[in-house]
Design a protein around this ligand. Sequence first.
Ligand SMILES: NC(=O)c1ccc[n+]([C@@H]2O[C@H](COP(=O)([O-])OP(=O)(O)OC[C@H]3O[C@@H](n4cnc5c(N)ncnc54)[C@H](OP(=O)(O)O)[C@@H]3O)[C@@H](O)[C@H]2O)c1
Length: 306
Amino acid sequence: MTNIQIIKQRYLKAKRIIIKRDKFKEEMEKQIDLPKMKILIIGASSYVGARIYSDLRNKFNVTGTYNKNKLFKELIKLDITNSKEVIEIIKKIKPEIIIHVAANPNARWCEQNQKLAKGINENGTKNIVEAANLINAKIIFISSDRVAAPINVYGKTKLASENYVKNTKKGFVILRPSLVMGLSPNTTNDRPFNRILKNITEKTPAIYDTSWKFQPTYLGHISETIELIIKNKINKEIIPISAPELKTRFDIAKDILSKFNIEVVSVDNKDKSPVVIGKQDKLKELGLPVYSYSEIIDKILKEIKK
Ligand SMILES: NC(=O)c1ccc[n+]([C@@H]2O[C@H](COP(=O)([O-])OP(=O)(O)OC[C@H]3O[C@@H](n4cnc5c(N)ncnc54)[C@H](OP(=O)(O)O)[C@@H]3O)[C@@H](O)[C@H]2O)c1
């Protein structure tokens, strides 16, 4: 080996050590910084938000808000339609990241109360974005796959909310779940999964629609994805988050309730809601986890039995 070759070899070895050391340092800094990162979850009492809150609160410095239902005793009161209150709370907490979950997700209620629905879903989001920009916070927004074909007030207000969220100066990530399934600390809100739970706990009649098809989203997948979005500093992305298979409410209820020996009756509600196909490509591209329908059902059954 010539002297030049030896020097070149030593140089490459030293370079490799430096790259390894820097990577290690970066990882260590990430580990040290994470528990200190301040996160504000707006809507921590909701079916979706309560699970995110309980999954993340031991991993970060998390504060949660409620509006009418103080699900956890430490939650602080915040009405997102009150811009003054939103600015006050956000300036006081000074979170680095705001996870915005609050909305009225009931499509029928939104249709019957268009002004109020706009006030909560749209203007509430605008208030949060404006306050986030005052303290340079990033927003992770729980949107909906309904924005892909917004045929009703709910879909339209969620789409308008996304457009506000895109104005967050520090950055944003928008998650677009479909119908969400999975156990939450909030078991009482009238949400689709809680109705299935009630069939088990209160023996309510299990009658489910066979007409509308959608790709279900697993609730735990949302928290897991948010944790990775924070850790991997993912920014300016819109991420559909659901299983690849199309299912009906009847399919899901049957796959869960049959394990509890509960008979599920089918009904054709002639639900013309658009079928939205959310590909898993974005999750895969960003190195985020994906779940198949059968994996989701397995996870949910374990959660319920536990
Ligand atoms: N569940 C699903 O299948 C599904 C699917 C796709 C997207 N999403 C999205 O996920 C989010 C949560 O939905 P969810 O199913 O968990 O609904 P949910 O249980 O009905 O929760 C709605 C939440 O919004 C809060 N809220 C309502 N008005 C408010 C106001 N003026 N100020 C502050 N907070 C207010 C409520 O607070 P209080 O209870 O304390 O009053 C509650 O925490 C929504 O953004 C929804 O669009 C849900």
